[in-house]
Design a protein around this ligand. Structure first.
Ligand SMILES: *Cc1c(COP(=O)(O)O)cnc(C)c1O
Length: 439
């Protein structure tokens, strides 16, 4: 077979994200020409099942006919208008529907394009909120060990993943890193809820000392994705909410990865029965079609900015804020949740996914901590070599699956359109990839 000319052109002209480009001397890029439901189709015709929703963004398959139709219509109506001084139906309707999904607890939506920008907005809003309340000294942040909230300079302050941070340390402001309630750290008969209470006890001690200088605690509810699908008990969120209230610290829920039904409820926070003061959404909200992110806030937070003085306003903008096409993709995505009763249907889909993963991997001698929260299933490989993830990825491709382990953690995070046949294909591909990666 002739090498695909697209690969060489890409290597000559494109700087790929999160990639040591020299590695592509040995590991070819995967040239995708078409998408079709959960499948990605390569230039040579090979079909890959997208087991990780293309970096966790795709919800209802590639080239989804309903989202496509909505976008075609929007494209012929209004492609973009600035959101400062102007407004339009898609952004209004989306804000109203998201507010309704929170039971109107988070009644205001502020828009941007990528997840890291939503984090930046939440951090800036939290600090500006306290400043508007006459307490500018409350400007510090706390996050959890292993947290990931994006890779821009501001978001890196609350991202505890060394490889993303070390080179940029001189640019990054310090935040306090508190213990994660990672359920895998349970010892001697502890339950996941016990681990959560232990971690919340440390949060309490820290807040008691530092609340006067702290603006907000930021968490990834239930699953810390980028540090390896770290899962924890909802009890931590209940306790963190109560402690933030007691110590007058805002709670930011970064639901960029875990929102939009990924953990079983539309928002992960719902499983703890709490609402944050600020909630970040991105990734799945546009169905995986267009860059869109947003921060939902309480009316109380919004009210602290509402004034005759423009210096008290939230002064932040991006050129594409509230882009009508992206908002329309999000509306079409929410329509699918309603029309197909997706949260309910996903209960059975998630049960099948978990069962298939347990059948395939729970008795494998190298597999540890097989775990699941909704449509995320993960396990760790004991004694994995440093090149385990890339070997697994490459072997997966030759068995028709797109899977990309994080270090020694293998995970499945497929779109919500996979059926039993797809699940069988995914597990067969993963079993073969694991055998090849460990060989
Ligand atoms: C992906 C992610 C982000 C960053 O989103 P980008 O669109 O990649 O900037 C932030 N927080 C979490 C939890 C994420 O998973």
């Amino acid at each position: 077979m002739q090498p695909d000319p697209l690969l060489q052109r890409s290597l000559n002209a494109v700087w790929h994200p999160c990639t040591q480009m020299k590695r592509h001397e040995r590991q070819p890029l995967v040239p995708i020409v078409r998408g079709e439901g959960p499948w990605l189709i390569e230039a040579g015709g090979r079909r890959l099942l997208d087991g990780i929703s293309s970096w966790w963004v795709n919800l209802f398959g590639h080239c989804n006919p309903d989202i496509n139709a909505a976008l075609h219509e929007q494209l012929d109506t209004l492609e973009h208008v600035m959101l400062a001084g102007c407004t339009h139906e898609p952004v209004v309707a989306l804000s109203e529907r998201l507010s309704a999904l929170t039971g109107h607890r988070l009644g205001h939506a502020f828009y941007a394009s990528d997840g890291a920008s939503a984090t930046e907005i939440a951090l800036k809003m939290a600090v500006h909120y306290w400043r508007n309340l006459g307490r500018p000294e409350k400007n510090g942040f706390a996050c959890l060990a292993g947290s990931y909230h994006g890779e821009t300079v501001g978001a890196l302050a609350v991202t505890d993943v060394a490889i993303f941070r070390d080179a940029y340390a001189p640019l990054v402001r310090d935040a306090t890193i508190l213990p994660t309630p990672d359920a895998r750290t349970a010892t001697g008969g502890e339950s996941a809820a016990d681990v959560a209470r232990r971690a919340a006890g440390i949060l309490e001690g820290w807040l008691a000392q530092h609340h006067a200088r702290t603006a907000a605690l930021i968490v990834e509810p239930l699953v810390q994705g980028a540090s390896g699908m770290v899962m924890y008990d909802p009890e931590y969120l209940r306790l963190a909410r109560a402690l933030c209230d007691r110590y007058e610290v805002l709670l930011i829920a970064d639901e960029i990865a875990v929102g939009c039904g990924r953990t079983g409820s539309f928002f992960a926070c719902e499983q703890a029965g709490i609402w944050p003061d600020l909630l970040c959404l991105s990734k799945g909200i546009s169905g995986g079609y267009l860059p869109l992110s947003l921060v939902l806030t309480t009316d109380a937070l919004y009210a602290a900015f509402y004034d005759d003085d423009s210096a008290r306003a939230f002064l932040h903008s991006h050129s594409y804020t509230g882009n009508p096409l992206a908002c329309r993709a999000a509306l079409a995505t929410l329509d699918l949740f309603e029309r197909d009763d997706v949260l309910n249907a996903n209960r059975e889909r998630a049960r099948r996914l978990g069962e298939a993963a347990r059948d395939s991997f729970s008795s494998h001698p190298a597999v540890r901590h097989l775990r699941q929260r909704g449509m995320i299933v993960a396990f760790d490989i004991e004694g994995a070599a440093t090149d385990f993830a890339s070997r697994f990825f490459t072997a997966g491709l030759s068995h028709g699956v797109l899977l990309r382990p994080i270090g020694s953690t293998v995970y499945f995070m497929p779109p919500y359109v996979i059926d039993d046949t797809h699940i069988d294909h995914l597990m067969a591909g993963a079993r073969a990839a694991l055998a090849a990666a460990l060989a």
